[in-house]
Design a protein around this ligand. Structure first.
Ligand code: CMC
Length: 452
């Protein structure tokens, strides 16, 4: 934590606080054993700039020192003001607000506004925001034809990713990424349309007619209507389930520089439009180690089948034969994921309406045994956001393949906030990592008849 020091203005006599490193810059001293030269590199916010290492050379023809960090284990790729995580303490905050308070008091759209614009909206700002989001939910009729081209058993995430990318062709104005008005319009379009596309993918899967958005309903109420409305003239969402889904959306809205957000920023850094950026981010989310884990948790719980089989399953995970315990472990959290705690509580409220999902008992038993087991304790593996979310989604009536789409809908606001922050950051450029080349040196071409 950076220290602040009180200083006095000699002219006015006023006292004010300044960051300590402005007066006494913190530095890192490096001695290169190859050349015996000494370098001083500034430290800011607990980091050194990788480019400051480039000056460390053995001679004029040396490229200069680089860092090697596969999977970005210890590299910050940006400065951000959106989301704060303390993985050791299990803390998650959006724009400074603890996730627990936001989940208790806000709607998802209020949180999306906060994440995007930095402050909780006033009532007037919220009303305008909700109005705009509600009035951009329709998609072009050709989108329906586009979706009809998918097989009935196409994975909903495949349909979701492709259709979001296809939206780019409907909105060529989205290429004006440096135009503030255009950018805000695309942000509203994307947040509004992701539930519609997700619901259409679900209805297509079941061979049911698509349901158009209902502007009288809330963001999640309308989503439930587009999913589950049958012949009734007006769909009335169950308020407990509508709120539970809204809470799940709040919990999934952003999570700083995770795999898909890094993809969003990376594609965005080439100045591509936000529709294709979002499609790329959603593709990264699809993987089973990221947002696809919620689907895998359900498959795992079904495979285990009953509580008494849990010890045997844990044994297989530990020996490496049973794969990973899905929904457990996290790159950042080395403590209980705060989102998992809220989801566990929300599950109880949902089950009061839907009846208890029997898979919950297997999940609770898995958690109990894993948290007492040395293998998991030593590696600090705790339940993550995906461990309990799938059980709720199943109770709400979603097929397992649709779970990751339910993650992608709210994460769209986080991706867009990170994309916008990246675009407005003067330090950012096209993302382009370096490599350590370990392949062949130069060799001459060999004609095909002389190979092998
Ligand atoms: N089950 C069993 N062992 C595990 C697990 C797990 N779920 N997660 C990590 N380990 C072990 C791993 O084998 C390794 O052991 P060792 O040191 O003996 O080789 C150690 O713990 C460290 O694992 P890692 O793979 O180096 O950790 P990572 O930070 O690269 O991976 C992770 C993080 C989330 C990919 C990983 O924990 C995992 O695969 N979990 C299961 C998938 C999952 O639930 N993903 C959702 C993440 S939360 C939502 C999101 O952000 O998308």
């Amino acid at each position: 934590m950076q220290e602040h020091i009180m200083v006095k203005d000699a002219k006015t006599g006023k006292e004010f606080e300044v960051p300590g490193d402005l007066l006494m810059p913190e530095t890192l001293t490096i001695i290169d054993s190859r050349t015996c030269k000494e370098y001083s590199v500034p430290i800011s916010h607990g980091t050194i700039k990788a480019m400051d290492l480039r000056q460390i050379k053995t001679g004029d023809d040396d490229f200069g020192l680089m860092t090697y960090d596969p999977a970005f284990m210890n590299t910050a790729s940006c400065q951000s003001k959106i989301t704060f995580i303390d993985g050791d303490k299990g803390i998650l905050r959006y724009r400074g607000y603890p996730i627990e308070q936001l989940a208790e008091h806000c709607t998802y759209l209020e949180v999306a506004y906060l994440i995007l614009y930095g402050e909780l909206p006033t009532q007037k700002q919220l009303d305008e925001w909700v109005y705009h989001i509600t009035h951009h939910t329709m998609v072009h009729e050709n989108i329906k034809k586009f979706m009809d081209g998918f097989n009935y058993d196409a994975h909903p995430m495949g349909m979701f990713i492709s259709t979001i990318a296809a939206l780019s062709t409907f909105y060529p104005d989205s290429k004006n990424i440096h135009d503030e008005t255009s950018r805000q319009l695309q942000i509203k379009r994307l947040i509004s349309k992701v539930p519609t596309i997700a619901a259409f993918a679900y209805r297509h899967h079941l061979g049911l007619p698509y349901v158009y958005p209902d502007n009288d309903l809330s963001y999640t109420g309308n989503f439930l209507s587009m999913l589950f409305k049958m012949t009734e003239p007006k769909y009335k969402p169950n308020p407990v389930l509508e709120r539970a889904l809204d809470i799940l959306f709040i919990l999934h809205a952003d999570h700083e520089q995770n795999c898909s957000t890094n993809v969003m920023r990376s594609i965005g850094s080439s100045q591509a439009d936000p529709f294709v950026c979002t499609a790329g981010a959603a593709a990264a989310l699809y993987g089973p180690l990221h947002g696809g884990a919620n689907e895998q948790v359900l498959r795992m719980l079904r495979e285990i089948g009953s509580k008494d089989k849990v010890p045997e399953f844990i044994k297989r995970v530990k020996s490496g034969e049973g794969g990973r315990l899905m929904g457990f472990g996290h790159r950042i959290y080395k403590n209980y994921d705060p989102r998992a705690k809220i989801i566990k509580k929300t599950a109880e409220q949902v089950f009061e309406v839907t009846g208890r999902n029997p898979l919950l008992d297997i999940a609770i038993e898995l958690e109990r045994i894993a948290l007492e087991d040395d293998y998991f304790v030593k590696r600090k593996l705790y339940p993550n956001v995906d461990f309990y979310s799938g059980i709720i989604y199943e109770a709400l009536g979603f097929p397992t393949e649709a779970f990751t789409v339910l993650f992608a809908i709210p994460r769209t606001s986080g991706w867009l906030a990170q994309w916008q922050e990246m675009l407005l950051d003067p330090e950012q450029k096209i993302a382009r990592p370096r490599q350590v080349y370990l392949g062949y040196g130069k060799r001459d071409f060999v004609p095909i008849e002389k190979r092998g």
